[in-house]
Ligand binder design. Structure first.
Ligand code: SF4
Length: 85
């Protein structure tokens, strides 16, 4: 039987959208990864000497993205906070 997320020794869910994309490549995870990359996040899986890095505040930066001409703008993640749903 596997450990539940709250139990000691349980694996934490991956929070880096780029790593999530490489673990499960779908259209949605690709968009999330691109927006995270655009805001400075990286993952070792990208190669080219990239390291795992989560830019502090990247979710807010993506939510507040003002690049209306970006083709991904309407599909970017983190557009709503819990209080705005
Ligand atoms: S929608 Fe904004 S954060 Fe996402 S890729 Fe485009 S410019 Fe970057």
């Amino acid at each position: 039987m596997s450990a539940r997320p709250s139990e000691p020794g349980a694996k934490k869910p991956e929070t880096n959208p780029i790593k999530r994309y490489y673990a499960k490549p779908t259209r949605k995870t690709a968009i999330n990864a691109m927006c995270a990359y655009c805001m400075g996040c990286t993952a070792v899986e990208q190669g080219n000497g990239q390291e795992d890095h989560l830019e502090q505040g990247f979710r807010t930066f993506i939510r507040d993205c003002t690049a209306l001409a970006c083709p991904l703008h309407n599909f970017r993640p983190f557009q709503h906070t819990d209080s705005t749903k």
